[in-house]
Ligand binder design. Structure first.
Ligand SMILES: *Cc1c(COP(=O)(O)O)cnc(C)c1O
Length: 425
């Protein structure tokens, strides 16, 4: 690799030489030496329809020849307007106000700033956020503050604001007492609210699946209980669906699968099918109303130079078309995962098997510390290419999150090769 590149999320000393990718088509990536591997993680969870999809590529091409970008403050453009209308059609009824930015972290920053200022605008002094243990909301300071504390955030501790944490009610196939664990967490939440009424600005959660925290799955029931308590105590519920949005959980959004209406939703990653950086933070009408004044002190002062980039919006519109034309591709994957993962689930070292929509994951028992720095992850990252797989375990958690274009047969091959890889560890 060129020495002038500083790689993200990489311990520099002793880092493996990265594999250079020449091209991509559908599920497959072609490496420089000509080998083809299957992208089982949708390239950090962004790719929905496979690589280099001609429909999205064509939409970007046409848009680039029409209008590549324009300032989005006192100007507007068709792709952004159409996208806002189509997104709000798909989202729960109350979520109607679309704020554009360009990545998941900024979508979360906007959500936190909106929630914070909402209460100020309503002359209430609510200063606390509740988040979940193991949460990941992005790497900018605010988004990092709302996430779990870890080795990744430790050095920035003094820069971050504090939040209060609740356990994430993770569950797995065969888990028997999840209902009572959920109730305990809900009780902890009610206790917080009772002890400090009207101090909490909001709760932020990755609904149904905690991504970077280890593909931990929770139930729809928990989100419904959480929503109910939130309503009783009149705080804001923020769904960070940066990863779970756009079909990942087998429905359009985690909130539609769980039939819960959050007050704010953050969307990024899959929004353009993995082609362009784009994000939205969508707020309810009642939140928007609190900002709809001529008072500069009650205005949301936030924006980015690439806000609502037309190329990103055009890609997002093409991606929505593809999703609408083939809903079965993301709705049907859960059943295939459930069948195919049986061949893996019976192994001694495999525990806590979970499936949610297009995502399947399990924990691999191994020596050494559990969690992100488990050595097994490095071993799998090194060896997976031999089995034509692109995998990137989160410590001892191995997961599959393929693009929706994967065929049943290809997914079967992925599981077969993964089984062979596990034998080789
Ligand atoms: C990836 C992710 C983010 C951050 O998105 P970036 O585009 O990487 O900044 C935020 N929240 C969740 C749930 C994510 O998975």
């Amino acid at each position: 690799m060129h020495p002038n590149i500083w790689k993200p999320f990489t311990i520099l000393k002793g880092a493996q030489e990265p594999l250079k990718v020449k091209s991509g088509e559908g599920l497959w990536l072609t490496l420089e030496d000509g080998q083809k591997i299957m992208d089982c993680i949708s390239s950090w969870w962004v790719n929905l329809h496979g690589h280099s999809h001609p429909r999205i590529a064509g939409a970007i091409h046409r848009q680039a020849q029409t209008l590549e970008h324009v300032i989005f403050a006192n100007f507007s453009h068709e792709p952004a307007e159409t996208l806002a209308a189509r997104l709000t059609d798909k989202l729960p009824g109350n979520l109607n106000r679309v704020f554009y930015s360009d990545n998941g972290s900024t979508a979360v920053e906007v959500a936190l700033k909106t929630a914070w200022q909402y209460w100020k605008n309503k002359a209430q002094n609510r200063k606390k956020f509740i988040a979940f243990e193991g949460a990941y909301h992005g790497d900018t300071i605010g988004a990092m503050s709302a996430g779990a504390r870890s080795v990744f955030t430790q050095v920035f501790h003094d820069l971050m604001f504090e939040v209060e944490y609740l356990p994430y009610p993770e569950t797995w196939i065969g888990d028997k007492d999840i209902g009572s664990r959920e109730d305990e967490i809900i009780e902890m939440l009610e206790n917080k609210f009772n002890r400090h009424p009207e101090q909490y600005a909001g709760i932020i959660i990755e609904p149904l699946v905690q991504g970077a925290g280890g593909m931990k799955v929770c139930r729809e029931d928990f989100l419904q209980k959480l929503h109910w308590v939130n309503r009783q105590y009149d705080t804001l519920l923020i769904f960070d669906e940066v990863m779970t949005g756009f079909g990942r959980t087998g429905d359009w959004f985690a909130c539609t699968r769980a039939q819960v209406e959050p007050d704010i939703i953050c969307l990024a990653k899959g929004i353009t099918g993995g082609f362009m950086p784009l994000a939205v933070t969508v707020s309810s009408d009642s939140i928007y109303e609190a900002f709809d004044t001529d008072d500069p002190m009650q205005t949301l002062w936030h924006g980015h130079s690439y806000t609502a980039n037309p190329l990103g919006c055009a890609a997002a519109l093409a991606s929505l078309d593809l999703m609408e034309e083939n809903e079965a591709s993301f709705r049907g994957m859960e059943n295939i995962h459930r069948e195919e993962i049986l061949s893996i689930a019976t192994r001694d070292r495999v525990e806590r098997v979970r499936v949610m929509g297009t995502i399947a994951a399990f924990t691999l028992k191994s020596d050494g510390e559990s969690g992100y720095f488990n050595k097994i992850a490095d071993e799998i990252k090194k060896k997976c290419v031999r089995y034509d797989l692109l995998l990137r375990p989160l410590g001892d958690v191995v997961y599959l999150m393929p693009p929706y274009c994967i065929t049943r047969e290809e997914l079967r091959v992925v599981y077969k090769n993964l089984g062979a890889l596990l034998n080789d560890l």
